[in-house]
Design a protein around this ligand. Sequence first.
Ligand code: AVI
Length: 327
Amino acid sequence: MRPSVAPDSAAERGELEAFAGDVEYYLTLTPRQLPSRYFYDALGSALFEAICQLPWYRVTRAERRLLARHGRAILTRVQPLSTFVELGPGSGEKMAALIQSGRSRQGPLTVHLVDVSAAALDLAHRTLSALEDAEIVLHEATYEVGLTQIAAERQRAGRTLTLFLGSNIGNFDPPGADAFLHHIRAALTAGDALLVGTDLVKPAHELQIAYDDPLGVTAAFNRNLLVRINRELGADFDIDAFRHRALWNAAESRMEMHLVSARRQRVRVPASSLEVGFDVGESIWTESSYKYQPQHVVGALERAGFRFADQWIDETDGFALTLAEAM
Ligand code: AVI
């Protein structure tokens, strides 16, 4: 059970062991799978940022437009506001756009940023440090742990607005999304608010090209997962022998990404004590990206103990921002 890259700290050792354990567990399921959260090493995060710039992936631009257009209305709904929380802040630009377009009140703000990636937090911190009269608190943690820390640290009077943007909720399956929304609700106080960004169901060909782009950036993002397993767990995946496949599963309302074996092959993953055989065409399911109908977002929020407040929809690119209040 020896990883090929020496970890620096006990925390990193723990993360590597968890990664090795997950690879062993998920690669031996039927169908074979890998959790999409492992896409985001340094290269994976850079490739995701590139995806957000692609003309065919419209999630990021649609959401930014909605935030810029409706920021004031959003923040007006949640006054008096003292605290922002963002789960997975990316570059921090969305939070900055919202605060700049909508901030009408004066007075100090606390901004909590939660992400497992120190690099992502650093980038978001730099973007948001320009905000006046705002204390930025970084939580290098899972969303669940970060939310618990924030609830324990709560000091300021006033309401908290939590942002869960970028259609990240789409990467949970429906029971997982419900459980996660319950978790967010449990960390809030009645009257606090949650703003969720969700990509909406749209014509299949538009979804297909968003997840299988002509430049091959999404394919590189998907295949980089194998590059990461080779580097961190000493595996011997032949990257060229796995093809990216994206497909729209209408019955489940989700885009799926898979890595399909182009030949019969065996792969060893020493850190997971694993040897796996692949037939031609056998695949690893690496991501689900659920697409919502606007009313289904509202239903999920209500099941988790929120009251619907408002919803803003970008009809051009099929994206919704939904605001709800903790009951
Ligand atoms: C981060 N997440 C919401 C993206 C999505 O659309 O599911 C990740 C992604 N996968 C392929 N392209 C983008």
